[in-house]
Write a protein that binds this ligand. Structure first.
Ligand code: MG
Length: 250
């Protein structure tokens, strides 16, 4: 079983400062993601915003990742690289962003549709958001990581969507990815019990078809093997005395 460190109120405040910048970046990208905009343009605007806010990027240069945001389109699940590709009407866009404030990391993601989403796509987006909310609601002191995972799994499974398993949530703090892992499904293994001061990034990734994924030749972009659409929602949170504090929502 892995370990987890408790963050002090000051440390959680610093993560929340980073998280505010991340929330702003996600909102900015959503506003700018209009047909004709390139993913590189969105990334450049996100980078300018992070700099202007006095924060730094934890994504850029992470194992060589070239952007400050991941932009994953349609059947891309996560880790899409910003570049020449243009946003089009009818696209499902997933944006994942992170920032560092005074050495403390925050990480969050949202999916949205460009234009008016057909019902099944709107449902995929809504259920993925609801799965995240269920995981967050379960992250109370005394609960286990397994209970958080189970809450996410139940929402996804009840709706009939696939759960991407190779990529999971994580602890967050001095590093973007800290122990423990937070799977989006029950593992059946003994897991950590949460206490106030534990900070997690919870991040369900759901698919309309098969949950199986592979990594593209660019060695980053994760896609569904059957080409089905995927959605990704993530927030960084701090476990409190009751409901957790949301660190990456405006
Ligand atoms: Mg994450």
């Amino acid at each position: 079983m892995s370990t987890i460190t408790r963050k002090s109120p000051d440390e959680i405040e610093a993560i929340a400062r980073a998280g505010r910048v991340v929330a702003e970046v996600l909102e900015l990208v959503r506003e700018l993601a209009r047909p004709g905009a390139s993913t590189a343009e969105l990334d450049a605007k996100a980078e300018a915003h992070i700099k202007a806010a006095g924060a730094t990027s934890n994504f850029k240069g992470y194992h060589g990742f070239p952007g400050v945001v991941c932009l994953s389109l349609d059947h891309e699940v996560v880790h899409g690289i910003p570049g020449d590709r243009e946003i089009r009407d009818g696209m499902l866009v997933s944006v994942d962003a992170g920032a560092i404030w005074d050495g403390w990391h925050a990480d969050a993601a949202r999916s949205f549709y460009v234009g008016s989403a057909p019902e099944p796509v709107a449902r995929l987006i809504a259920v993925t958001a609801a799965a995240l909310d269920a995981g967050i609601a379960a992250a109370r002191p005394g609960a286990t990581i397994e209970e958080v995972s189970g809450a996410i799994e139940d929402v996804a499974s009840a709706a009939g969507f696939g759960i991407v398993r190779p990529f999971v949530g994580h602890g967050i703090g001095r590093a973007m990815h800290e122990s423990p892992q937070v799977p989006n499904y029950r593992t059946g293994r003994k897991s950590l019990t949460l206490a106030p001061g534990h900070c997690l990034a919870i991040e369900p990734m759901l698919t309309m078809g098969s949950p199986e994924v592979r990594v593209e030749d660019d060695e980053w972009t994760v896609v569904t093997i059957d080409g089905s659409l995927a959605a990704h929602f993530e927030d960084s949170i701090a476990v409190g005395e009751g409901a957790p504090r949301l660190l990456t929502r405006a």
